[in-house]
Design a protein around this ligand. Structure first.
Ligand code: GLU
Length: 304
């Protein structure tokens, strides 16, 4: 399969769509990103990489970071984790408070904000310096010591973070957050601010396509079983309240972020990432979703 040619064809085909959608503007640092940015990268499990566009340019990965914190929490707590978070799609907005009341502070899944806050609480309880532990993991996985938090974005997330603050206090009241809310939020806002490129992302998540082992170094990051579980949850909960549409069109487990990035996994074959900051009404990258749909259609590869 000539992935490079396929990516170049997709880059041409999506050109008329660039500029559509809306760049996230809940914080100024995100609102300033040019909507016309586009990048795509693939890493195969036989350690080949292909890319087009601004694939080495770092952007705010936002909710894609929830995979890292979930993977770490799963490693630490295993079965016990499922007493604190569910495994079902939420059917509500990623930052909704409504379900929490009915479900007694147990978030539906680790990829909505409420669930991610519980994951960051677990990491806060587990590590002396959870921000550094998370950053070290991401740098190791991406094989890039320059990956970092974007302090401007993290500060802005904090300034405009009242809804996340409300979620955290609400969950704490139900007894499902054990640490000080400010501490949990500091880690959460920093993880959202992680700045990475499409190439960093495919390298960092190659273990999800390779039964838990990094591609190249073959280092075991998570077990085969945990890999299956993470990918399953990405399929059912990874792309906001549009998982059905994403599954229908793309056919791969994936995670999106409001920075316009999406990562998708074809277990046993490759990881693919795309970045285009214009979002559709569900909060997923509009061009990014289309590009992934074109990719799985052209290559006839999907988990189905
Ligand atoms: N920092 C964002 C928030 O917590 C993350 C949004 C996202 O990418 O889904 O609201």
């Amino acid at each position: 399969m000539n992935y490079q040619t396929i990516l170049e064809d997709i880059q041409e085909e999506i050109k008329p769509l660039l500029g559509q959608g809306k760049v996230a503007n809940y914080i100024p640092a995100l609102g300033a990103i040019p909507i016309s940015k586009f990048a795509m990268a693939i890493k195969t499990i036989d350690n080949k990489e292909y890319s087009v566009g601004d694939a080495e340019e770092s952007f705010s990965i936002q909710s894609i970071s929830k995979i890292f914190s979930f993977a770490l929490a799963l490693k630490e707590l295993r079965a016990e984790l499922w007493e604190r978070v569910g495994k079902e799609p939420s059917g509500t907005a990623f930052n909704s408070l409504i379900q929490l009341e009915f479900e007694h502070g147990i978030p539906r899944n680790p990829f909505i904000n409420a669930g991610a806050l519980v994951m960051t609480d677990i990491l806060t309880s587990t590590y002396n310096d959870p921000k550094q532990t998370l950053l070290d993991l991401v740098r190791e996985l991406a094989d890039n010591p320059k990956v970092n938090f974007d302090e401007v974005v993290a500060k802005s997330e904090n300034e405009w973070g009242d809804r996340n603050r409300a979620l955290a206090y609400f969950i704490k009241d139900f007894g499902n957050i054990n640490n000080a809310v400010d501490e949990v939020l500091d880690l959460y806002f920093h993880q959202c601010s992680l700045s990475m490129s499409c190439l960093d992302l495919v390298r960092a998540f190659s273990c999800l396509a390779n039964a838990g082992k990094t591609v190249g170094a073959n280092k075991v990051i998570i077990s085969e079983r945990q890999t299956k579980r993470i990918n399953s949850l990405l399929m059912t909960c990874g792309t906001y309240d549009a998982v059905g549409d994403f599954a229908y069109r793309v056919g791969l487990p994936g995670k999106s972020g409001v920075g316009g990035g999406i990562v998708a996994i074809m277990p046993g074959h490759f990881v693919i990432s795309v970045w285009s900051p214009g979002l559709n009404e569900s909060g997923n990258s509009l061009v990014g979703t289309k590009a992934l749909e074109l990719f799985t259609t052209k290559t006839k590869t999907s988990i189905f």
